[in-house]
Design a protein around this ligand. Structure first.
Ligand code: FMN
Length: 358
């Protein structure tokens, strides 16, 4: 419960923001997969803190160690354990919130549930946990490359600044060209400026990450409760600070009539395709072979650099001082996390689908 995700391609993560290390155990990765360590590191580098002026200035190299499950560079079919040691904790920076509940963070709920918590950097509630997911997602991506399945995510909105193009009108090879990971350079500049201004105002701002999965064969997903979009939604909603998920036409789709919204089938050289893709590549919970695309909304995160009123564990009125190293907007760092979680779902459902038919 809580620390594991997936069925056949299953991960279990461990570690706290200011503990010794974080890590993941991946169970169910097929044997014989070439574990490209440079690729895993490049994925971790896209998520790591301190990578630009619009992220937290905590400096973590996020170098990883493979502890088990890999022999002579290939997966052995046994649990793969990947560990990332914490280096730049500055844990004493957090003594000012030791017994205080930061508004809209997880301090109060963790304290209520467990009666004990590691307050340093939020402990287990910190998004530092997602470093382990990105490591596992990199392994899932390596596996899915063999099936020609690819993942893209990019920033499509920051505050009120929204891209007016969908993913089919954008050059997705340009995502990594700027620090925000928005493939439209002009909009990226405006969004970066907005985040920078927000940071200077000692505040935070939210945004949207759009995800695209290409190459998923038709037939992945379960028909009733474990629908493919339900699992992707769960994966996304399990990421820290996520407030919303929609796929395909999503909430905007309600503005269309069925006659406009229906995706007409046609044959293209023996391949089944649809002329439009409001379904977002999933019908009846099962992939239909078209692109899967979705939006994930991230809130303006809780830690602002101004003082806030709150209460402490005793219920006394206290002031939570605005200090420490925090992200003014998390979307640029969330991009690889969204891709990783999508890859974990697809890897899992690909393995499940192999057990669905003789
Ligand atoms: C990449 C990433 C970085 C984050 N950095 C911060 C941060 O610097 N400060 C903060 O208060 N919250 C940050 N968060 C969000 C908190 O982890 C999250 O809001 C908190 O655990 C409470 O959970 P909830 O917002 O999902 O309810 C970050 C989230 C992500 C995805």
């Amino acid at each position: 419960m809580g620390n594991s995700f997936g069925n056949l391609f299953r991960i279990h993560t461990y570690g706290e923001s200011h503990g010794k290390a974080l890590g993941v155990i991946i169970d169910g990765c097929p044997a014989g997969l070439l574990i490209d360590e440079a690729f895993i590191q490049s994925e971790l580098d896209r998520r790591k803190p301190g990578q630009s002026k619009i992220t937290t200035q905590r400096k973590e190299a996020d170098e990883f160690e493979i502890v088990s499950g890999v022999f002579e560079g290939k997966s052995t079919g046994t649990p793969i354990s990947i560990m990332i040691r914490n280096q730049d904790q500055k844990s004493k920076d957090y003594s000012h919130i030791a017994d205080k509940f930061r508004p809209s963070h997880a301090d109060y709920t963790f304290q209520t549930k467990y009666g004990i918590r590691d307050y340093r950097g939020g402990g287990r509630s910190s998004a530092r946990e997602t470093v382990a997911r990105v490591a596992a997602g990199a392994v899932a991506k390596l596996f899915l490359k063999h099936h020609s399945i690819s993942f893209y995510a990019y920033v499509s909105q920051v505050g009120h600044l929204k891209l007016d193009k969908d993913y089919t009108q954008l050059d997705l090879t340009k995502i990594e060209d700027n620090i925000l990971r928005c493939p439209d350079p002009e909009m990226a500049d405006k969004m970066i400026e907005l985040i920078d201004q927000t940071r200077k105002n000692r505040d935070t701002i939210g945004g949207i990450v759009t995800g695209v999965i290409q190459g998923v064969p038709a037939g992945l997903g379960e028909p009733v409760f474990d629908k493919l979009h339900a699992e992707i939604g769960k994966a996304m909603l399990s990421i820290n600070a996520v407030k919303g998920f929609e796929y395909g036409s999503g909430f905007e789709g309600v503005k269309l009539n069925g006659s406009e919204h229906n995706d007409e089938f046609y044959m293209d050289n023996n391949l089944v395709k649809t002329r439009t893709n409001y379904s977002g590549g999933i019908q009846g919970g099962i992939s239909n072979g078209q692109d899967i695309y979705f939006n994930v909304a991230f809130k303006p995160v809780a830690t602002i650099m101004t003082d806030q009123e709150s209460i402490n564990e005793a219920g006394d009125r206290v002031t939570v001082e605005g200090k420490g190293r925090h992200d003014p907007c998390v979307v640029s760092r969330a991009v690889p996390i969204v891709e990783a979680m999508a890859a974990l779902v697809i890897a899992d459902y690909l393995l499940i689908s192999e057990t669905n038919r003789i």
